[in-house]
Design a protein around this ligand. Structure first.
Ligand SMILES: CC(C)(COP(=O)(O)OP(=O)(O)OC[C@H]1O[C@@H](n2cnc3c(N)ncnc32)[C@H](O)[C@@H]1OP(=O)(O)O)[C@@H](O)C(=O)NCCC(=O)NCCSC(=O)Cc1ccccc1
Length: 212
């Protein structure tokens, strides 16, 4: 059953959490393999004729996966045990090879933190993380912070960032916290950087929508 709330589609599922976890392991392995393929596609130096042969085999694998597929995006699924899974999400999706993926952890003192490894697929300026990617990760983390443990829905209203220094590809750390709240507005602050230094500071107004 799919329930449409505001702009989002949430699908109720009868899958028990144990089965969700089992399936997640299966897809984690596939997604990790595809992520490796993305990185290898960028960095491979094998001769051109081998590239053509790999292309044919990748197309065949894609056809095999497409033989049975959803009519649209994955959406957010949830069961009666309170487990939800958004495996298509561009930042945290366990079946999305574009997602690093980012795993969210509790931040001491409140809010959330995360550590991700950003490789060649996230490059903007040479050797550096694309500025849009850093804001993508920050937006997601800050949205989750604003939701206060999924207690409420929040959507990004306004997001601003200050790029204080370039972010090299490699390990990246993020943290975000609620600065204050005014009615339906949740003011969230966050930082992103290397394990040694903050490179981006972000401020966001996350809104609890009128329809929520
Ligand atoms: C929902 C809303 C943002 C606001 O609509 P309504 O509910 O009708 O709001 P209403 O007009 O009743 O004003 C209430 C109060 O709020 C204020 N205010 C209003 N707007 C803004 C503003 N832009 N910026 C700042 N403040 C604003 C307004 O002045 C008023 O303040 P007041 O009480 O007078 O002091 C709507 O414009 C929308 O859907 N925009 C698209 C959002 C979208 O697509 N975002 C991207 C996808 S989410 C994502 O990717 C991240 C994510 C990841 C993971 C997890 C979670 C998140």
């Amino acid at each position: 059953m799919t329930e449409v709330i505001g702009l989002s589609a949430f699908a109720h599922s009868d899958l028990p959490t144990e089965e969700v976890e089992r399936q997640q392991e299966v897809y984690d392995a596939l997604t990790d393999a595809v992520r490796g393929l993305v990185d290898a596609t960028i960095r491979s130096t094998v001769p051109e004729e081998r590239i053509r042969s790999v292309e044919e085999r990748v197309r065949a694998l894609t056809e095999e996966l497409r033989s049975e597929q959803l009519p649209g995006p994955f959406g957010i699924h949830y069961n009666d045990e309170g487990r939800s899974w958004n495996w298509g999400n561009v930042v945290v999706g366990r079946r999305n090879a574009i997602a690093p993926p980012m795993e969210l952890l509790e931040r001491p003192g409140g809010g959330l933190r995360a550590q991700v490894e950003l490789g060649a697929a996230y490059e903007g300026p040479p050797g550096l993380v694309h500025g849009g990617v850093t804001m993508l990760l920050l937006d997601h983390l800050m949205g989750e912070v604003g939701s206060d443990g999924h207690r409420r829905v929040t959507m990004t209203g306004t997001l601003t960032g200050r790029y204080a220094a370039p972010t090299p590809l490699g390990p990246v750390v993020l943290e975000g916290w609620i600065a204050r709240e005014e009615g339906r507005k949740v003011f969230v602050e966050a930082t992103l950087g290397t394990p040694e230094a903050v490179t981006v500071e972000a401020h966001g107004v996350f809104i609890i929508p009128s329809w929520a």
